[in-house]
Design a protein around this ligand. Structure first.
Ligand code: PGA
Length: 245
């Protein structure tokens, strides 16, 4: 299985020009990359006009209905029309800053799958939850609620990203061994709900202060199928090193 490397630009960069420059460096740098599958998730406003060949396009969120009176929202159907393949859902910044609850994440996952897009669903514990020994409990709840009533037949398109919140944007990455333990636990929960065959097949990534120096530590673990990269994805040289595997 090829590793999946996902760039999450978050709310960056601040101009169309800077976004084009970033896209151009990636297009050039990724031309001959075969070892990994690369997905770039820019802000919505930079998605258009980027039907790319050397990597796939992803969005950072979307709404749970495909059309109608929902001021300010973006429909998964609109994303599909732009050539978007993947959609990040339930990122901790959305859960914490925008108050997205498990129930909303669940609605979004179902709609994205209905439209045959591929959700990248983020789960992970806060520093406090980790301290209290609640990591597994949090992961189990986010998975059970997030995938409630999702048809098993659609689950093979799902990607899950284990993103411990305390490791995101902090320069304090999770140890590869600990990341693997969490990933194995996620697989166990998936297998309890959807069966062993699917749990073996589903792709699970790690995210949180991943960079070119530590990427190999995660990618070399059997069971971790790729990385969700925030800060380092805005530095083309750094991201290309990660993406080249
Ligand atoms: P980071 O972000 O790589 O900057 O820690 C990861 C993420 O939020 O997906």
């Amino acid at each position: 299985m090829k590793s999946l490397i996902v760039a999450n630009w978050k709310m960056n960069p601040l101009s169309q020009k800077a976004a084009s420059q970033l896209f151009d460096s990636l297009k050039r740098g990724l031309k001959n990359v075969r070892k990994t599958e690369v997905v770039v998730c820019p802000p919505f406003v930079y998605l258009s006009g980027n039907r790319l060949t050397s990597f796939k396009l992803g969005a950072q969120d979307c709404f749970w209905q495909d059309k109608g009176a929902f001021t300010g929202e973006i429909s998964p159907q609109m994303l599909k029309d732009l050539g978007v393949r993947y959609v990040i859902l339930g990122h901790s910044e959305r859960r914490q800053v925008m108050g997205e609850a498990d129930e909303m994440v669940n609605k979004k996952i179902k709609e994205v799958l209905r439209l045959k897009l591929w959700p990248i669903v983020c789960v992970g514990e806060t520093a406090q939850e980790r301290k209290k020994g609640e990591t597994f409990q949090v992961l189990k709840r986010e998975i059970k609620e997030g995938f409630k009533n999702v048809p098993k037949s659609q689950m093979s398109k799902v990607v899950i990203a284990y993103e411990p919140i305390w490791a995101i944007g902090t320069g304090n990455p999770c140890l590869a061994d600990d990341a693997l333990t969490a990933v194995l636990f996620i697989r166990k929960v998936i297998s309890q709900i959807f069966g062993m065959a699917l749990a073996k097949k589903i792709r699970i990534l790690y995210g949180g202060s991943a960079n070119s120096q530590n990427a190999g530590d995660y990618l070399n673990q059997e069971g971790i199928n790729g990385l969700l990269v925030g800060g380092a994805s805005l530095k083309p040289k750094e991201f290309l090193k990660i993406a080249r595997g």
